[in-house]
Design a protein around this ligand. Sequence first.
Ligand code: PHE
Ligand code: NA
Length: 499
Amino acid sequence: LGRRRETFSGRNAFIFAAIGSAVGLGNIWRFPYVAYDNGGGAFIIPYLVALLTAGIPLLFLDYSIGHKFRGSPPMAFRRLHRKSEMFGWWQVLICFVIAVYYAVIIAWAACYTVFSVTKAWGDDPAGFLMNDYLQVSENVDVGFDFVPGVTIPLVLVWVAAVGILAFGVQKGIARSSMIFIPLLFLMFIILVVQSLFLPGASTGLDALFTPDWSRLSDSSIWIAAYGQIFFSLSVAFGIMLTYSSYLKKKTDLTGSGFVVGFTNSGFELLAGIGVFAALGFIATQQGTGVDEVAASGIGLAFIGFPAIISQAPGGAILGVLFFASLVFAGFTSLVSILEVVISAVKDKLGLGRVSATLWVGIPMAVVSIILFPTTTGLNLLDVTDAFVNSFGIVAVALVVVVFLTAGFTALPTLRDHLNKTSSIKMGRTWQIFVGGLTPIVLGYTLIDSLQTRISEGYNDMPTWFVNTFGWGMAIALIVIAYLLSKIRWSPKSALHDAD
Ligand code: PHE
Ligand code: NA
C-alpha cells in the first residue's frame, strides 16, 4: 500500500507556504504596471471585485479539491472522476513549463543584487542588459551559445530549489517559506519607506493613484483585473490544490484562504507604492513624465530600476533590497510550482520524497539550463511565458470549472467539504461565482487573446518560432496530458488507499 501522505505541521506552516507561492514576481513588477495602465486609482474597483468574485472563490475551489481528495492534481482529479485525470496532468505540465523559465529570472535577479553594489551598468542599463549581461543574439532562434554569467547562477538556483524540496513538505517547503517570507516583507517595507523619501516620489504616486473613472466602462480594464488576480493568486493550475492536499483533515480552509488572499493583495498594493515612488523620482530627475519611465516586467526591473539605483541617494541599498526581494519572492514561488510536478510523479509512481524530487528536479534543471541561459534564451522565454499564461493557465481553468459545473453534483459536494471544517461558511453565491461568473470571464478572456494572437502574431517574431514554442507548446501540453492520464498507476501508489 502507498506511503502516508506528508503533511504541514499546522495552519501557520501552510499559510506561509501558500503566501510564499502567491507573492512572486507578479506582485512586484506586474501589478504596479497593470494598475497604472488600467485606470490608476479607478483600477482598485475592478481589482477588488475580481478578488472577491473570482480570486478567492477559485482559491477555495483549489483548496476543496486538494483537501477532499488528498492528492496531487492528477490523483485528486482522478479520485474526483475517472475521466478528469488528464486535467490534473495539464496543470502539472503548465507548472513544468513555467518553472523552467521562471528559474532564469531569479538567476538574473540574483546577479543584479550584486550589480546594484558595483553599478555594473554604468550609464546605459538597457545596453548593459541586452549586450553585456544577456548577450542577446540578433536572430530569433534556438542556439546553444551559453552565457556563463547567466548559466552559473541558474545552476545554483536549481541546486537550491531541488535541495530544499528534497527535505519535503514541512522541513523543506514550509520551513524555507517561514524564513524567506518574513525576510522578504521586512526588506520590502524598508524599500518602500526609502522610496517614499526620494525627491519626486509624490509625482509617481499621483500618477499611479489618480483615478480615471471613465475607464470603468471599458471591458478591457475588467479583463486586466481578472487576469491579474488569477495570475497573482496562482489559482487553478495545481499549486494551491497541491499545498492543500498536505493539510491535516481538520483545518480551517476558508479562514486560511482569506489570510492568503488579502496578504497577497496587500503586498501588491505595497509594491505599487514603492515602485511608483521610485519611478516618480527618476521621472523628476530626467524631467520626463512617469509614463515614459513606466515599463512593465523585465524592462521595469532590469532597466528602469538600475537607472534609479545609479541616481538615487543610497541607491546601492535600494538596489540590493529590490533585487533580493525579487529573488526571495520568486524563489518561494518556484518551489511551489516544482512541488506540483514532484507530487504528481510521486503519487503516480508511488515513489518516496527524495527519489521523486531527484527524478523530477534533475531533468527539469537540465531542460532549463540547456534552453535558457543562452544568447537566444530571451526570446524563447518571452514567447513561452506569453503563451503558457494566455492559453495554458486560462484554458485549463476554464475547462475545469465547466467540467465541475456540468456534473451538477461536484460543486455542492465541494462546498459541503469546505463548510465542514471551516470557520467562514460558503453559501450558494460561492457556487454562482465559481460555476457561473468565472467561466464567462475566462471564456471571454480566452477568446480575446486568441483573436489578438491570431491576427497580430507575437512581437514580430518569425512564424515558425511562434508556431513551435507558442502554439505548438500550448497544444502539446494537452496531448501529453492525455497520454499521461492513460498510463497505469503504480501498484505502490496511494490512489486506491482508503486514507
Ligand atoms: N503568483 C505568482 C506571482 O504573483 C506567480 C506565480 C506564477 C507563482 C506561477 C507560481 C507559479 O508572481
Ligand atoms: Na501574487
